[in-house]
Write a protein that binds this ligand. Structure first.
Ligand SMILES: [Cu+2]
Length: 115
């Protein structure tokens, strides 16, 4: 009986620890104006440097970046803003203009990367 209570207690502690770990993590997909390898590197690095971001993956095929993050440390709007700050559109958030103009020519909107 004593052992039973012990293992139930242990199990519930484990469950609470696990569920709090799981519920903190969120995943979103943000559409960006990035197009090439350089854009990919820049956007992934920018997001991976944001505190709370677990993993950012930029899909070259459609310019969308998948971000896994801890919901109590950052949020979707903050992530979109950090993409905008380095010169790219992020969903409805327009790119910061001066950051955009400082990008390599082929990474700017309306251009096509051929490398
Ligand atoms: Cu580019």
């Amino acid at each position: 009986m004593k052992n039973n209570i012990k293992s139930i207690a242990l199990l519930s502690i484990l469950f609470v620890a696990l569920s709090s770990f799981v519920s903190k993590s969120e995943k979103i997909i943000i559409k960006t104006s990035g197009t090439c390898d350089m854009c990919k590197e820049k956007i992934e690095k920018t997001l991976n440097d944001v505190p709370g971001v677990e993993k950012a993956y930029f899909n070259l095929a459609n310019g969308a970046v998948t971000v896994k993050f801890e919901a109590d440390k950052t949020n979707a709007d903050a992530l979109r803003l950090s993409i905008s700050a380095v010169g790219y559109d992020a969903d409805g958030v327009k790119a910061n203009q001066s950051a955009h103009d400082a990008l390599p020519k082929c990474c700017q909107k309306g251009q096509e990367c051929k490398h």
